[in-house]
Design a protein. Structure first.
Length: 218
């Protein structure tokens, strides 16, 4: 993550390795907002550009127009996303919250991101519409072709590379009642896009470092 908090750790890695490949690296805003803060128009961290230049090869998950490969989070290659039985919908809407910022809404199925990966994917797949303030909650729901209403609290929610419905905390009730915005993606075109990005980047990175074969069912 190219962010103020992580910068010393990233600098240490870069200083102690001859060649560093950054795969699906994210960029943060200077400061996170509160759960009901409006981050649209918020700049990315000003130190990110200089840090990015120190990588031998860099793929950014944030589609911000910089001259690097756009590579979505590699979790899209997990076989769970290629498994069609994960598309069984049991709920019209569900909430997937960041553990430090729980949303909470009575009568609606909900889970926090403090859970195992497979359990989280199964829960997200069970709903037609996911309301979330978790970056990966939104990302995984998009991979599964679900409708997503995301409550953003930093700039990472703004640059998925695909349209994302952004709502404020006070708009959750209206979003749940509405079926008109951002319909689900039954063809899962975003999933195919993300898988292709990672396959291409794997080929490019393999020219610089020794990498295992991709194991995803793609």
């Amino acid at each position: 993550m190219l962010a103020p908090f992580f910068a010393p750790h990233v600098e240490a890695i870069l200083a102690n390795a001859a060649s560093v490949v950054g795969w699906g690296v994210g960029i943060h805003s200077p400061q996170q907002k509160q759960i009901d803060g409006d981050i649209r128009g918020e700049p990315v961290w000003e130190g990110a550009a200089a840090l990015a230049q120190k990588f031998a090869l860099l793929g950014l998950r944030d589609n911000i127009g910089w001259n690097y490969d756009h590579v979505s989070c590699v979790s899209c290659l997990a076989p769970l996303f290629a498994n069609e039985h994960r598309n069984e919908i049991r709920h019209r809407v569900a909430i997937y919250s960041h553990r430090r910022m729980p949303i909470g809404l009575p009568g609606v199925p909900q889970m926090t991101n403090n859970t195992r990966f497979a359990e989280a994917i199964g829960f997200i797949a069970s709903a037609e519409h996911i309301v979330t303030n978790s970056y990966h909650g939104a990302y995984w729901a998009l991979l599964l072709g679900r409708r997503v209403s995301a409550i953003p609290w930093c700039v990472k929610f703004l640059h998925f590379g695909t349209p994302l419905e952004l709502i404020g905390f006070r708009e959750i009730g209206d979003a749940i009642k509405s079926d008109t915005k951002a319909p689900p993606d039954p063809a899962r075109s975003f999933y195919r896009q993300c898988v292709d990005e990672n396959i291409r980047f794997h080929r490019k990175a393999s020219e610089r470092v020794s990498l295992p074969k991709l194991l995803a069912a793609v």
